[in-house]
Design a protein around this ligand. Structure first.
Ligand SMILES: [Zn+2]
Ligand SMILES: [Zn+2]
Length: 117
């Protein structure tokens, strides 16, 4: 976190990637912080950052695990109209007080939430 210069490490990294990659992640984060504190280019696209990262041998990108985990599981909500029984699938939960059936204006009820991996 750039504001506090704390490093948060998810134990998942260690479990899934092992010690070597974990050290790489810490190196990468420290490069961000070091340059940020020195008011130099601390972002991925900055030359300062890329040079320092090369020097310490860290990976080019940070937190790939969380990003891929996010993309892996998507949630779908299934709704059914109480009146005509028409089924709807939405990517997010909807407010059933505000949204009604597009066909008959009947009330929608949440049937289930499905996790897709
Ligand atoms: Zn980074
Ligand atoms: Zn309906």
């Amino acid at each position: 976190m750039l504001r506090t210069h704390d490093i948060e490490i998810n134990k998942k990294y260690f479990d899934e990637r092992g010690m070597e990659e974990l050290i790489g992640i810490i190196k990468h984060e420290l490069c961000h912080y070091h340059l940020h504190l020195e008011k130099r280019g601390y972002q991925h696209r900055d030359a300062d950052f890329r040079q320092l990262l090369k020097l310490v041998g860290g990976p080019r990108f940070c937190t790939p695990l969380e990003e891929s985990a996010k993309n892996k599981s998507k949630k779908l909500c299934r709704y059914q109209c109480k009146k005509c029984g028409h089924l709807y699938t939405r990517k997010k939960r909807i407010n059933t007080d505000r949204y009604v059936c597009g066909k008959c204006k009947g009330k929608l009820i949440l049937l289930q939430e499905v996790l897709i991996k």
